[in-house]
Ligand binder design. Structure first.
Ligand code: BG6
Length: 511
């Protein structure tokens, strides 16, 4: 990677005592360090209320690196050397008066390390501070780019609905230019998500078929086997629609549905994605009933283990109607996709952790081989597996050897694991590096952000105003409410029930 092109800089992490810093951000920075991808002069300043010193912060981060980095340290010396770039400042980030300490500390590190006043501020704090911290930074002049750069990275959730997202955008824009604001969606940092663009636009064979004439429908799934863990306080006010659909799944949808960009640069790609969001058919009252299934997981005994129901989880209301599962049918009203249904589904406590996109092609126009077995989803499918067992699989038909013409489905697979000595970087590693280089392509711009909230808003309103709207229970460890399959149009069609391994189908499933 082009180290010499990256300007010297300091990364300031707000919320440095939190889980994201420990599990993801510092391990990702360590992995960049291992690959010699960090700028020549680079420091990290962790900021939060917990009273760490530089040393105790480094000790804690060492643990995180040993547990979570992709490229483990070879020895203690290497780890210690890396940790010398980490610093810590305990302040109350909700108090404007504490920010002068930040300015002083930054001046000091900047002078010692010759980082030329280039700062990235990473907000990994409770969302209530997303409008506050940037204001206090601006009050200290830390937003001003005077022969240097000043960028802020904002974690999700960016707003809790359309109104709050617009408000937050306008608060930020009072002090920062759009080019300074990096709204993160970690799905876009996943290698396999970026590969979607390559699969579609580097191959000549897919694009001619990639439209309503040849595609019957598209499925996008992000299934998780974990529950809400210890995030009940956040999740019970969020739910699957806000937590996964408005951001991650909408981004996947845009990459599947967009037109070819003029070039692989931020403006061209963002423009094409925005057009997809603008063409989403708004959900009307009827669709809110017919085209949406929401669910909540119930207690269950699966494989000899007891799993709590959602309402038994810590910090969740006993009568909560928050959805832990949602499936939607939606349409993109443009020339390419008119009337092609897109099915989007996500849930917690499903049987396995799988994210994938399945393109279902229309059948051959005539059935020349009437003896072939009829079973569900008996079509040509292109499966783009995002995680785990990352890869691509194409389901096609072949003749079973022997007399007559018996036809069988087979898979043609590519698994990333087949590439020897290829390291799949973590999403945060790629995204942090892009921000350091000033490349916003894989970040969300304000237009896309507001357009995706606009699409989900009618559903949020509908659930809020109709507390009796159906919410189906599903046993923890099952594939969600059964009636989600009824969303799928066509005979013998259902959601694909994927397994951990890409090429397994539902009959031979390792969960
Ligand atoms: C986060 C959600 O954005 O994405 C979590 O808040 C979810 O609820 C996570 O578990 C899923 O990410 P990944 O990379 O594990 O698919």
């Amino acid at each position: 990677m082009p180290t010499n092109k990256i300007a010297n800089q300091i990364l300031i992490i707000f919320g440095a005592s939190g889980d994201l810093t420990y599990r993801k951000l510092i391990p990702a920075i360590f992995d960049l360090y291992k690959q010699n991808s960090l700028p020549e002069k680079f420091s990290v300043l962790g900021v939060s209320r917990t009273p760490f010193t530089d040393d105790s912060f480094r000790e804690k981060m060492k643990e995180g690196i040993l547990k979570f980095s992709g490229l483990k340290p070879e020895n203690e010396d290497e780890l210690n050397k890396f940790c010398n770039i980490l610093h810590y400042l305990p302040i109350n980030t909700a108090e404007s008066k504490d920010y002068s300490q930040l300015t002083l500390r930054l001046d000091e590190i900047d002078k010692n390390e010759n980082t030329q006043g280039n700062y990235i501020f990473y907000l990994s704090t409770p969302p209530s501070l997303y409008g506050v911290i940037p204001k206090y930074l601006a009050a200290e002049g830390l937003n001003i780019e005077n022969n240097c750069f000043r960028r802020i990275i904002i974690e999700k959730p960016f707003g809790t609905d359309l109104k709050s997202a617009i408000e937050l955008n306008s608060i930020l824009k009072e002090d920062y230019k759009e080019e300074q604001i990096y709204r993160i969606d970690h799905y876009l940092g996943k290698e396999t998500v970026q590969n979607l663009l390559v699969t579609r636009f580097a191959n000549g064979i897919y694009e001619p078929l990639w439209n309503r004439n040849y595609i019957h429908h598209v499925e996008i799934t992000a299934a998780e086997s974990i529950g809400i863990e210890n995030r009940g306080g956040y999740y019970d006010h969020s739910g699957a629609l806000r937590d996964m659909v408005q951001n991650h799944l909408m981004q996947l949808l845009a990459l599947v549905a967009m037109e070819p960009p003029m070039s692989i640069d931020a403006t061209s790609i963002r423009n094409e994605k925005l057009k997809v969001f603008q063409a989403l058919r708004p959900m009307k009252d009827d669709d809110l009933f017919k085209n949406v299934v929401r669910g909540q997981y119930l207690p269950s005994n699966t494989n000899g283990n007891y799993y709590k129901g959602y309402r038994e989880e810590k910090d969740v209301a006993k009568d909560s109607r928050t959805e832990t599962y949602v499936a939607l049918k939606l349409f993109i009203d443009n020339w390419r996709w008119a009337d092609v249904p897109f099915y989007i589904r996500t849930g917690k406590r499903l049987p396995t952790r799988v994210s994938e996109i399945v393109i279902h092609f229309r059948p051959a126009p005539q059935n020349l081989f009437p003896g072939q077995e009829i079973h569900k989803n008996n079509d040509n499918q292109l499966i783009l597996r995002i995680q785990p067992d990352e890869g691509v699989s194409f389901q096609t038909k072949m003749k079973i050897p022997g007399s007559g013409y018996r036809v069988k489905n087979v898979n043609m697979d590519f698994h990333y694991s087949q590439l020897h000595n290829v390291y799949l970087p973590d999403a945060y590693e790629r995204l942090l590096l892009d921000c350091m280089m000033g490349d916003p392509t894989l970040y969300i711009d304000s237009g896309a952000l507001e357009a995706t909230w606009k699409f989900v808003q009618p559903l949020l309103d509908f659930w809020k105003n109709n507390t009796e709207a159906p919410l189906y229970g599903y046993p923890a460890g099952s594939w969600g409410p059964e009636n989600a399959d009824r969303l799928i149009e066509g005979e013998n069609k259902s959601f694909r029930y994927p397994c951990k391994n890409l090429s397994n189908d539902e009959n031979y499933c390792e969960l």
